[in-house]
Design a protein around this ligand. Structure first.
Ligand code: GLA
Length: 725
């Protein structure tokens, strides 16, 4: 049993693979946090409370024995406004009489063998679950706090369901998913910032008294700030230090905060962004908050990443695909952009038949009247002027080569110049009387509306039904600018962004889940909506429109902080690179693209026999290591943000196989190249390293290190293999 309730002390002990999470119900009925860290015994922990009673200059309440509690000074499982709590509230609610105070006290709890799924949102599956119900009887609000623990990975999944148990309407102005108190302020906040083509760069901010906050107000998780935050003990490295990481399973406007309180406690909290948010909770109704996955690591950043990777691969991403060999695609986008016809597409596919590339993906431009990015979105029927013989001609050709066929859609979008917009201008999000913002010459479908969702499902599904399509790339190339739905009354417009997420998940259920044989890849102008909720539906996501190998070392490094390599779609593209103009050897481009779900994206119709042999050899090599990408443990050895080198090590779970990829940006004359020390091997096992021609112990390899043999060139890579002997 991983969740234990000790009646005598009213203490809950929640145990993950190597952590303990403990809290108790105090005399007033308040859920008071005790501990989260390395696994400990189920001992009484009251001696560890920072405050036991009222503090000077603090307001307090009392229990029935007259014992006083200053809420503001206690470590809380949930913070709320009122009753002496001045910290960032987890929930803000307003009653009809304007009362905004809240006091949530213990009501009951249940321990479930298996977590119930959130009905309308993606979340981790399985795991023993505690449901702790707190109630504010005066205010008429109940909060069910869900805690799910896993024996096989160091994450705890948390969320809160808010219920109206009173007789009158309530208005929620904030409804976060969790609150987690940590003791001490000696932490740095790690977040992942970015923009188009520069996704997920790690950034550190020292904790200070007050609030450190990141958010999105775009109705999308966005490339600017990923819905992730970690608190890293000062001095944390890849392999040492205590780290608490939070990843929100959510794709709309979010917020994550770390509030350092004056008594030395650090509260991490967040969920749906409360900026512009309000939610009317009618009598008897509830609002589910999205799930927050909290990882614990006593082994630095690497330990946190591995905990997230295991949790997402084992409990979130589609089980039909997550650990299965991935399609190796040839995608035509960078090869042709909008400029193609059937003959061109056939030539691209034919050129790589029998190389191991097994899927041809036809990207943007096959539908409506779309010959550039100004028209056609929403008209999901084939452009027969461009593709003579319709999709069938190219699909039959691809299948005759023994390859599968993939197709691009952007289901949430609508072009002004489209048949669907001319027929239903109201399908586009907008505020009556206001001009809509354009972005990439397109508008967005109001998927908070059931009729709009029906149109999308029917038009996309028709294409899937009428054609043999094995793979779909689901793109999303702009963010909401007019946060308004014609279908919502004035007092419910604050629900728009969350309803957008709910609409999106319903679309995914009806299109992705209803087509179980089709492999879905996510995309968002590159990797602008790379979040765990999207990974539930899309087993891999196009990581960035920047396909330059040098840039990709940084983008893939940053992305791997939270997301497993198998979730990152990575393509070999042409040199000089279209985004940077940089030239890099084919080997480097492949070695970096192999650190993910690999594929190719260039005009292969110009390939000669030598190119084909090279691509085949690359794919053979990739297939050899694919199980490490899909299931292995990642050890980041060298950080490309810190110097000229990048190195990743992938180790099989049983530590019998491993592969190291080392990359150097600029070469220097008379350079001293220092040994790179492998990590994650079994120190007692003997390993054969073919590149060195030696058999040595894991201990020797990890302590002595290996000097990479890099050629005199820029942007070069080197690989090493380790096989147990
Ligand atoms: C986005 C994607 C690209 C490509 C184009 C097509 O930018 O990231 O890979 O699909 O859209 O318009």
């Amino acid at each position: 049993m991983a969740i234990i309730f000790d009646k005598q002390t009213s203490t809950f002990y929640l145990e993950g693979k190597s952590y303990t999470y403990a809290f108790f119900i105090n005399g007033r009925g308040y859920a008071e946090h005790l501990y989260f860290g390395n696994k400990i015994g189920r001992d009484p922990l009251f001696f560890s409370r920072l405050c036991d009673g009222a503090k000077s200059f603090a307001a307090y309440t009392s229990d029935k024995n007259g014992k006083s509690y200053s809420y503001n000074s206690l470590k809380a499982e949930i913070t709320f406004f009122g009753n002496s709590d001045y910290r960032e509230p987890t929930v803000c609610v307003e009653a009809e009489n304007g009362d905004r105070l809240t006091e949530l006290l213990y009501s009951s709890h249940t321990i479930l063998k298996e977590k119930p799924q959130i009905s309308a949102m993606p979340s981790l599956d399985g795991g023993e679950t505690l449901v702790l119900t707190l109630e504010d009887k005066i205010g008429g609000l109940a909060a069910d706090l869900y805690y799910t623990v896993y024996e096989d990975t160091d994450v705890i999944a948390r969320r809160i369901v808010y219920r109206n148990i009173g007789q009158k309407k309530l208005k929620l102005d904030r409804a976060y998913s969790f609150c987690l108190p940590i003791v001490g302020h000696d932490y740095d906040v790690l977040t992942l910032r970015g923009s188009w083509a520069r996704e997920r760069t790690p950034q550190y901010t020292p904790v200070h008294i007050g609030v450190c906050s990141i958010d999105s107000k775009r109705s999308s998780s966005s490339a600017v700030l990923n819905p992730f935050m970690a608190l890293c003990e000062k001095g944390t490295t890849e392999n040492h230090g205590e780290v608490f990481g939070v990843s929100l399973v959510y794709s709309s406007s979010f917020v994550l905060k770390a509030e350092a309180v004056e008594n030395g406690v650090l509260n991490i909290l967040g969920g749906i962004n409360d900026f512009g948010f309000s939610w009317t909770l009618d009598v008897g109704c509830e609002l589910e908050s999205p799930e927050a996955v909290i990882a614990y690591s006593a082994e630095g950043l690497g330990g946190m990443s591995r905990a997230f990777h295991d949790a997402f691969r084992d409990h979130l991403i589609n089980k039909r695909f997550v650990k299965k060999s991935r399609p190796v695609v040839i995608n035509n986008w960078e090869g042709t952009y909008f400029n193609f016809d059937n003959e061109k597409l056939k030539a691209i596919a034919s050129a790589v038949a029998n190389t191991g590339i097994d899927t041809f993906v036809l990207d943007d431009g096959w539908f409506g009247k779309r010959n550039d990015d100004r028209s056609g979105l929403g008209d999901w029927f084939v452009n027969t002027e461009k593709l003579e013989g319709g999709l069938k001609a190219i699909i039959d050709h691809v299948h005759s080569l023994g390859m599968r066929f993939g197709l691009w859609f952007e289901p949430e979008m609508i072009s002004e110049d489209s048949e669907i917009f001319r027929a239903h201008p109201d399908y586009a999000i907008g505020v009556p009387g206001r001009e809509r913002c354009y972005s990439r010459y397109q508008y967005m479908m109001d998927i908070t509306r059931p009729d709009v969702r029906d149109y999308i499902v029917e038009s996309v599904t028709r294409v899937l039904r009428e054609n043999e399509i094995d793979y779909v790339k689901w793109d999303y190339n702009r963010n909401v600018t007019e946060f308004y739905s014609l279908s919502l009354p004035a007092d419910r417009q604050g629900e728009f962004s969350h309803r957008y997420a709910l609409g999106l998940y319903e679309l995914c259920e009806r299109i992705v889940e209803a087509n179980p044989k089709v492999f879905f890849e996510g995309c968002s102008g590159g990797g602008s909506r790379f979040d765990p909720a999207m990974l539930k539906y899309f087993s891999q996501i196009w990581t960035s429109d920047d396909s330059d190998a040098e840039e990709r070392t940084r983008i893939q490094y940053g992305t791997s902080i939270v997301y497993p390599l198998s979730s990152m779609s990575c393509h070999v593209s042409v040199t000089p690179n279209h985004q940077t103009g940089r030239e890099a050897p084919m080997k480097t481009r492949a070695d970096i693209a192999h650190l993910g779900a690999t594929g190719y994206e260039l005009d292969t119709s110009a390939f000669n026999d030598e190119d084909r042999v090279l691509v085949k050899a690359q794919i053979d090599e990739y297939k050899e290591m694919e199980s490490l990408v899909l299931e292995g443990d990642l050890y980041r050895l060298l950080n490309p943000f810190d110097g000229e080198f990048f190195a990743f090590m992938l180790v099989s779970k049983d530590k019998s196989r491993a592969e190291m990829t080392i990359y150097r940006r600029m070469g220097r004359p008379n350079e001293s190249i220092l040994p790179v020390k492998p990590l994650g091997l079994d120190s007692k096992k003997q390993y054969y390293v073919p590149e060195l021609g030696v058999i040595v112990s894991g201990s020797t390899l990890m302590n002595v290190g290996i000097i990479p043999k890099l050629p005199k060139e820029d942007f070069v890579s080197y690989k090493l293999h380790f096989e147990e002997k």
